[in-house]
Design a protein around this ligand. Structure first.
Ligand SMILES: Cc1cc2nc3c(=O)[nH]c(=O)nc-3n(C[C@H](O)[C@H](O)[C@H](O)COP(=O)(O)OP(=O)(O)OC[C@H]3O[C@@H](n4cnc5c(N)ncnc54)[C@H](O)[C@@H]3O)c2cc1C
Length: 394
């Protein structure tokens, strides 16, 4: 280590994904002094299906970021098509939220735009900076951060852990959690030679599932979750062979020039974390990782960023954490329960085909089921997730 230096801030945000940037941006706009650290340098890929649901797009609009994303080519998405391996499919409009539809946008564009807005609002951003130590002394938190060869000691009144599903903030502060099944998350960009459709495809596989969303420039984003296999087989090859049953992607996959890049992350485990100490908040995936099947992870990260910023402004640390905790159990827990249950149903042999047939005969039922995984429950079927969450919240 070359040398040690010190830094101070009212609020330290660890992680510059959608959750951390949204919280930092919201706090800076309230005149707070915020330091955000992000371990990645620019342009590193992130495993994601790159579909933002309407609830997330509504937050992007509130933040004033949506226009910039659309101007850079992000693709409005209003529909989804569910495909079974038998070739049967079901089309449904996606629920809107506050007049917004969904969006196909690469994580590179989304994350960098949010960070740029945060920086413009006055957030100090350290790139290539990794949180490696955390302790609490009285009412202040002390963090140790590594940037290049330099170790920085930073102190802050509030710590916001927005550092993703393998949260270091949670580990360093001793916050446990309850995590269930795991899988391999994968992402590939494929060349798109046609104008972007306003639809995201959800491809059910014999094992796992994949989503195909148009994003800006000339790309499709293929995001997938496969169950962990005990073999050393290359997960990308495994994904390609499972996808070969779907005519929508078969042609794309057979064209060697369409494969632009791919990456995998494993294990990806679903679950949520427990109660945090006063002055420390977990948000986005660090608070709980939802099955990507629902396509709500980014929306929850954005909503969590806003809610966490509001809580962090509360001068009473206990009340702040309690209020934010209520938000999590109201929004996160119900979605996890519904997404996991739906996934389990669709994973049973023959059930996806059976359900898709029912949806085609009774589109209202199909649309109701699509609506179940949304954050903003509407009356009727849409209010079930909230009800489930009341009984099953952490
Ligand atoms: C296969 C797959 C497909 C998905 N598809 C979708 C989809 O289509 N739509 C959707 O809404 N959601 C999807 N998700 C979920 C979505 O990607 C996440 O919910 C979302 O990224 C959460 O945002 P976040 O800001 O909480 O975390 P992240 O985006 O993970 O950001 C955390 C940041 O913290 C940084 N960091 C980590 N450790 C440290 C440290 N020690 N110090 C400093 N910085 C650190 C990381 O570099 C990272 O940038 C998918 C997930 C997977 C696995």
């Amino acid at each position: 280590m070359n040398h040690t230096t010190t830094a101070g801030a009212e609020i330290l945000v660890a992680g510059g994904g959608p959750a951390g940037s949204t919280a930092a941006l919201s706090l800076a706009r309230e005149g707070r002094e915020v330091l955000l650290i992000e371990k990645r340098r620019e342009n590193q890929p992130k495993v994601c299906g790159e579909f933002v649901s309407a609830e997330g797009v509504a937050v992007l609009r509130r933040l004033g970021v949506l226009e910039a994303l659309l101007a850079s080519g992000a693709v409005p998405i209003t529909r989804t098509r569910l495909h079974a391996v038998s070739g049967d499919s079901f089309d449904s409009p996606l629920p809107e939220s506050a007049g917004q539809s969904g969006l196909g946008v690469s994580r590179r564009l989304l994350d960098e735009t949010l960070l740029a807005f945060a920086e413009r609002a006055g957030v100090r951003i350290l790139r290539g900076a990794r949180l490696v130590g955390l302790s609490c002394e009285g009412s202040r938190w002390r963090a140790r951060i590594l940037v290049g060869g330099i170790s920085i000691q930073a102190s802050a009144i509030r710590i916001l852990g927005a550092d993703g599903r393998n949260s270091r903030v949670a580990a360093l502060s001793g916050v446990g959690g309850s995590f269930g099944s795991s899988g391999i998350g994968m992402q590939a960009h494929l060349r798109r030679r046609v104008a972007p459709p306003d639809r995201v495809e959800l491809l059910l596989l014999r094992e796992g599932y994949a989503g195909l969303a148009p994003v800006e420039t000339d790309r499709w984003c293929l995001g997938a979750l496969l169950p962990s296999a005990g073999t050393c087989e290359d997960p990308y090859r495994r994904l390609l062979s499972s996808l070969a049953v779907h005519p929508e992607v078969r042609e794309l996959l057979m064209d060697p020039e369409s494969h632009l890049d791919h990456t995998a992350a494993f294990p990806v485990r679903m679950g949520w974390r427990g109660v945090t100490p006063p002055g420390l908040f977990l948000l986005g995936d660090a608070a709980g990782f939802l099955d990507p099947f629902s396509g709500q992870g980014i929306a929850l990260a954005l909503l969590g960023g806003e809610a966490c910023a509001r809580a962090a402004l509360n001068p009473h640390p206990f009340r702040a954490v309690r209020g934010y905790r209520e938000f999590l159990s109201r929004e996160l827990a119900p979605r996890m329960v519904v997404a996991a249950s739906l996934r389990q149903l669709l994973a049973r042999p023959g059930w996806a085909e059976h359900l898709i047939r029912i949806f085609r005969q009774h589109p209202r039922i199909g649309r109701g089921v699509v609506g179940l995984t949304r954050i903003t429950g509407s009356p009727g079927l849409g209010s079930l997730p909230r009800l489930a969450g009341r009984f099953l919240s952490p």
